[in-house]
Design a protein around this ligand. Sequence first.
Ligand code: ATP
Length: 234
Amino acid sequence: MLKVRDLTVRFGPILALDKISFDVEEGEFVSLVGLNGAGKSTALAAITGLVRPVSGSVTFDGQSLAGRSPEDIVRMGVALVPEGRHIFRSLTVEENLHVALTSRADKQRAKDDVQQVRARFPALEHLWETPAGRLSGGEQQQLAIGRALVCRPRILLLDEPSLGLAPKIVDVVFALLKELHEEGVAVLLVEQNAVRAVQVADRGHVLRRGRIVVSATGKDLSERHDLAELYLGL
Ligand code: ATP
């Protein structure tokens, strides 16, 4: 469904991504793991049209994503949960979800989608009218995922959703990703928390200094005792 081929991104003299290639099939859970600065966020930004690659291609259902606006890419069914969540702190939880729907023409269906998200996140129920800036980190992360889900994505791209969260809340986030995967949503997860990320994945790729150095099933990667070495390049 999502095909990334020889994707290369430069920031001036820095080669942030050096010809990376991977696929995400319909309903598949793929994790891209690597250290800080390995190029994980850049990969998601290049897929979603936020940075322009110097070469390579990204296609979704056979259609090129090159040159499309981020809004257009969302409409095609590709939704990003960015690092740091990027929620609107002064808007309420409900308003944050509605902002994600402003470009939708089918207003009634959009309202139903908000109700579905509401039902999925009981932790947000009593916070519906609360400014998002007052939510805890875990609640904000759930809101950021909810905001992506109201767009009914076929693939959800997540950038470090566990960053800065207490272990108990990390469990909640991973359980949610597992549930979405079981419902048939494809997931492309970018994480520094490699052990957790490969455990839940069908397939994993280790990214080091802009290159994919190892690709394997999530099961095989989670059984590799040298995962940390692979990851660190030791
Ligand atoms: P992190 O977890 O810190 O986000 P990452 O694996 O996502 O790490 P990227 O943020 O993709 O890594 O960064 C890859 C490389 O590109 C790094 O060397 C980084 O310094 C550089 N880089 C990323 N964004 C920019 C930018 N806007 N301008 C210049 N260099 C950048």
